[in-house]
Ligand binder design. Structure first.
Ligand code: ATP
Length: 314
């Protein structure tokens, strides 16, 4: 089996338990929940049975430990997570839900331990063991991280490995200088592209979905997996198109759905399962994620997803 790697911020989320227009003094909060898009992705990949590792950096504090303990318990190779010796803390985010269900954040990541992520000996050893890298667009907006990710791509592709790419972009970071060209360079090396909704138009002038898919395939991207939120998902490759219908779920917390979907799809793909099967488990992992409060609380094992699908097939 192929071993996958992702690189990026690991943080905790502390979540308001009531909806409202702003944080109020001394309001009830729950957490810390392990979080960070790459951490959720890699946790889901490991739980579905793939060999999965992450390179990151946490503080020598309890928030770091919350993440290390969870990831290790779920089977993720955490040997590439450095623990800061310079007093830098683990990143954190305070989250509240607005009345319409959308989320607002107070981030504490500007000076987090992950900002000083370096290529340690342990991280190099992890890269050497890996044959697949999953890249997230958000990580590319951070200069230090972006540098390390590019170095890891060169190594893993040089070792004959493969690459999956989830642009995972918040519109406000798209103006980061150099980000668009960096994303374009990643896309050119992508084996599996995992856009969500309108992200399929990020790298094409095409006006409709079919045109965008055609354009991306023509440019040599072998596989595209389009996430459609509550409408399910589709896979496109030269051999044709495969759709998966959404499972009927009650959406409690949408956080992490895309990362769980991606972790399950890439994990199954690397273990050699057919597209239909990988897509079905990914669709179930995304749906399962929205039924749980907390970003990483919705990851699931293959057996749990089997049961989940059995209970909910429309
Ligand atoms: P995120 O909000 O985490 O960035 P995303 O936009 O990358 O997510 P989504 O398209 O929201 O990803 O969700 C990923 C997948 O999870 C969907 O393609 C679908 O398979 C599943 N999914 C998400 N939300 C629902 C839902 N409400 N009902 C059923 N399935 C869902």
């Amino acid at each position: 089996d192929k071993r996958l790697l992702t690189i990026g911020e690991v943080l905790v989320e502390i979540v308001a338990t009531t909806k409202g227009d702003g944080f109020r003094a001394a309001q009830p909060l729950i957490g810390p929940f392990p979080s960070g898009a790459p951490a959720i992705f890699v946790d889901q990949a490991a739980r579905i049975g793939a060999e999965a590792a992450i390179i990151s950096r946490v503080g020598a504090d309890d928030f770091g430990k919350v993440n290390l303990d969870r990831l290790a318990a779920d089977g993720v190779d955490i040997s590439g997570i450095a623990v800061a010796d310079d007093g830098a803390p683990t990143g954190s985010a305070f989250v509240r839900y607005r009345g319409d269900g959308s989320r607002a954040f107070v981030f504490n990541i500007a000076h987090s331990a992950c900002g000083q992520l370096e290529l340690t000996r342990e991280a190099e050893a992890v890269i050497e063991r890996c044959s697949h890298i999953h890249v997230m667009g958000t990580a590319l907006s951070a200069p230090g991280l972006s540098h390390l990710i590019k170095a890891a791509i060169v190594r893993i592709k040089g070792q004959g490995g493969t690459l999956s790419f989830d642009p995972n972009l918040r519109p406000e970071i798209l103006d980061t200088p150099g980000l668009r060209s960096a994303l374009g360079e990643i896309l050119a090396q992508t084996d599996v592209f995992l856009p969500s909704g309108d992200e399929i138009f990020l790298f094409t002038e095409a006006q409709d979905e079919a045109g965008a898919v055609k354009d991306l395939l023509a440019r040599g991207i072998p596989e595209i997996v389009l996430k459609r939120g509550a409408k399910g998902a589709s896979h496109f490759c030269a051999a044709g198109r495969t759709d998966v219908a959404p499972l009927a779920v009650e959406e409690i917390d949408p956080t992490g759905a895309g990362d769980c979907f991606g972790g399950a799809f890439v994990g199954m793909w690397l273990m050699g399962h057919p597209v239909e099967e990988a897509l079905a488990y990914a669709n179930a992992a995304g749906a399962h994620a929205v039924t749980r409060v907390g970003p990483m609380e919705g990851t699931a094992t293959r057996a749990e997803l089997d049961q989940f699908m059995k209970d909910r097939t429309r």
